[in-house]
Design a protein around this ligand. Structure first.
Ligand SMILES: Nc1ncnc2c1ncn2[C@@H]1O[C@H](COP(=O)(O)OP(=O)(O)OP(=O)(O)O)[C@@H](O)[C@H]1O
Length: 720
């Protein structure tokens, strides 16, 4: 492979180190040395940003623990590996002992005969040398040599005596130990650098250490033309490492500047090939972008273990602790093992994924987090109808599992009640003095004042697509709650396994503050959950493997999307958490609604929005603007239609066949055209409905009174 020089075109202020360095070998002339493939700082140019004072493993207790554990594991492995091979090492040393003996004898003779002195005297025979110095050196050499010869003879005799008496007195074990020791010492003297006595304790082929060379090899195998050219060409445009490859959590981290024209997204898209080039499992290799620098900055984190095989992340709140929904709550860890938090208040959150990727587990975990804030009022709907959310029931203010008609009626009645309560909340917020509510939105202090009725309301809908299908009113209500609810303390958490425009209508997806996407099938789904252009920017959950359960991108919490391994908490483990949450609510006197056995009475009123519209229709008019009808509905049923707009009324009755027409009015002699229905179409819709025999199994439930809203009879869902 070619050897790129790591230049930094962006930092010409200081001269780059020479690409060819002069190295002076011992005893020889200076020779041209090959440039290092990557310099030790990781680049030829000077670093442009100051490096952190503390190494990354000192930033958090978890990082420190991981680094210490990694080193301890590695040392233990190396120790055990070599301990097992000690006999083999001794045999290798023994085989080298004759050479060691020869080296010892030669060295000793050379010392005893003062070979160095002889060399110096030989130089004194050159013409011009001082004869007096020569004579003095000769005399000194003679004295030294005879002294050393005498000493050697004494040492040899003493050594011979010690060996002889040792062999007489020593036990066979001692004799053996002495022989082993002597041979080992001689073997050590006979070592050769090209034939090491010890073996490699770490199989670099199986889990190679992440090095700059390995990364370059892997990048070269991605098939990106510009990148390959740059790697071959080297020089200023090659791959740069702005900081060295370092140990970061349970893995290695490398920061790279890709050549001009190549983006981090180009590499992330080929994550599987990158993993192959690095000789690592796919779920160990986590390339990401660094939006703060530039599009070509790639952060490559390679874990020691595949994430899918790593131990599940424990949830720190599973055993103890409370949650303040106005503060960040930990719900998982990033690939490096650092905790990741999410702030649920003031948010509409959408969660999207392919089936069986961990969406419900995440939604349940977030619901449990909300449950641990005793002031939060939980409205939980698992429309899939499984057992996943049953554990939550003892703390839920409103709760339904399934999508049977009566479940949907209950759900919709609750939705309307929350929506109506939102109007009341805004009125309440408006009425508060500026100094108490400076920003016109709920704060922790305001939500704690029960008399204001501003506590957090958490609406959780799993498989929300089942509620949205062909029901514009539900879509309109959830959209409005998602848009205006957060500032009033209403949190909406939605999850869907069918990511498309029907499941996540634009009004909802574009207003989502928090977005979590586990593996999805394609770019469209990816961007629908995470936001437009995320795929292009390299934030791609399509590259996750099917085994990456509970792994996804979180967008909206910080400046950049982050990869999160959601903490694992299954249904049995959720139960003690709920028990704790229930106990806290009971203690605080905050167990309400369904959890306290106070579900709303089933509603026997079967009147629908059509009936309400007919009652509110102005007698003298044949055609009415939608906006006027919204005002009239709102005046007649403030609990149901308090904050409705003309558009919402139109959307709610459209499935009944009420089409809009142009309705002209004249104001001050000037015609004004707006959309609205005609009395005839309303009569037609009512007639059509009454022709259908009543279905007693679909009797709608009473609207929920949960959020303190004034509640009226439930309008049947449009379309029935
Ligand atoms: N955080 C996690 N860590 C490890 N494994 C997880 C995690 N979350 C979920 N899983 C595994 O994934 C499986 C599927 O999870 P879950 O039921 O949440 O998927 P889902 O996306 O809701 O599926 P569906 O769309 O069918 O409802 C779980 O049985 C669990 O074993």
């Amino acid at each position: 492979m070619a050897e790129p020089a790591m230049g930094d075109p962006a930092a010409p202020a200081e001269p780059a180190p020479p690409l060819v360095q002069l190295v002076e070998p011992q005893g020889g002339p200076a020779v041209a040395a090959k440039p290092p493939l990557v310099d030790s700082r990781g680049g030829a140019g000077p670093p442009t940003e100051p490096l952190p004072v503390l190494p990354s493993w000192l930033h958090s207790r978890t990082a420190f623990r991981d680094a210490a554990a990694w080193n301890a594991r590695r040392s233990a492995h190396v120790a055990a590996f070599h301990a097992l091979r000690l006999p083999l090492y001794w045999l290798r040393l023994t085989a080298r002992s004759p050479l060691g003996l020869a080296r010892l004898t030669r060295g000793w003779f050379s010392w005893a005969l003062d070979a160095d002195g002889r060399t110096v005297r030989a130089q004194m025979t050159a013409p011009g040398a001082d004869p007096a110095v020569f004579l003095r050196l000769s005399e000194q050499h003679r004295r030294t040599a005879s002294g050393r010869a005498g000493l050697s003879a004494v040492v040899l005799v003493l050594a011979g005596l010690i060996v002889w008496s040792g062999t007489q007195a020593a036990t066979p074990g001692g004799l053996l130990a002495g022989t082993v020791g002597l041979l080992s010492l001689l073997g050590l003297l006979g070592r050769s650098p090209d034939r090491p006595v010890t073996s490699r304790a770490v199989d670099s082929e199986a889990v190679p250490r992440l090095t700059a060379d390995l990364i370059l090899t892997a990048l070269g195998s991605l098939g990106i033309g510009e990148l390959n050219k740059a790697i071959t060409r080297g020089g200023e445009s090659a791959v740069r490492f702005p900081s060295p490859v370092v140990r970061d959590g349970p893995g290695f981290r490398a920061d790279l500047d890709l050549p001009p024209g190549v983006t981090a997204g180009d590499v992330i898209e080929r994550r599987d090939r990158l993993a192959s080039g690095l000789r690592r499992p796919l779920s160990s290799v986590w390339p990401s972008t660094d939006h703060d620098t530039h599009a070509g900055r790639l952060i490559l984190w390679v874990g020691d273990k595949p994430m899918s095989k790593a131990k599940p992340v424990p949830w720190p709140l599973s055993k103890a602790g409370r949650v303040d929904l106005f503060a960040p709550v930990t719900f998982g860890a990033d690939p490096r093992g650092r905790p990741v938090t999410v702030t649920l208040v003031f948010a509409l959150m959408v969660i999207g994924a392919l089936p069986r990727m961990g969406k419900t587990f995440l939604l349940r975990l977030l619901t449990l987090a909300a449950a641990l804030d005793p002031t939060a009022e939980l409205h939980v709907y698992d429309l899939k109808g499984g057992a996943d959310f049953l554990a939550i029931e003892p703390v839920a203010h409103r709760f339904r599992v399934g999508d049977d008609p009566d479940d949907l009626s209950y759900f919709k009645a609750d939705l309307r009640a929350i929506h109506a309560d939102m109007g009341r909340r805004y009125k309440q917020l408006r009425s508060l003095p500026r100094e108490v509510c400076p920003e016109g939105k709920v704060t922790r202090a305001l939500s704690d004042r029960r008399e204001l009725g501003l506590w957090p309301v958490v609406l959780v809908i799993d498989e929300c697509q089942l509620a949205f299908d062909d029901d514009p009113e539900t879509v309109a209500l959830v959209t409005d709650l998602g848009k205006r609810g957060p500032a009033a303390g209403i949190i909406v958490l939605l999850a869907t396994q069918r990511v498309d425009a029907k499941s996540l209508p634009t009004g909802i997806s574009s207003n989502a503050v928090l977005r979590f996407c586990l593996k999805v099938a394609g770019q469209v789904e990816n961007d629908m959950v995470l936001g437009t252009s995320m795929y292009k920017a390299g934030v791609r959950t399509t590259t996750f493997a099917r085994t990456d359960r509970g792994v996804g991108f979180l967008a909206g919490e910080g400046d950049e999307p982050v990869i999160v391994r959601v903490a694992y908490l299954d249904a049995p483990a959720a139960e003690p958490v709920v028990a704790r949450a229930r106990a806290a609510r009971l203690t605080a006197g905050l167990l309400t609604g369904h959890a306290a056995g106070l579900d709303p009475e089933p509603d026997t009123d079967t009147s629908s929005v059509l009936d309400h519209l007919a009652a509110a229709w102005p007698l003298e008019e044949d055609k009415v603007w939608w906006d006027d009808l919204a005002d009239r509905l709102s005046a007649a049923h403030p609990g149901l239609y308090g904050a409705w707009t003309g558009e919402q009324v139109s959307a709610a009755v459209r499935p009944h066949g009420l089409r809009s027409i142009q309705v002209k009015r004249v104001f001050d002699g000037r015609p004004v055209n707006r959309r609205g229905p005609s009395r005839a179409t309303l009569a037609g819709a009512l007639g059509d409905r009454d022709d259908v025999p009543p279905d007693t199994s679909e009797a709608p439930a009473t609207a929920a009174t949960g959020s303190g809203a004034a509640t009226e009879s439930t309008a049947s869902p449009p379309g029935k």
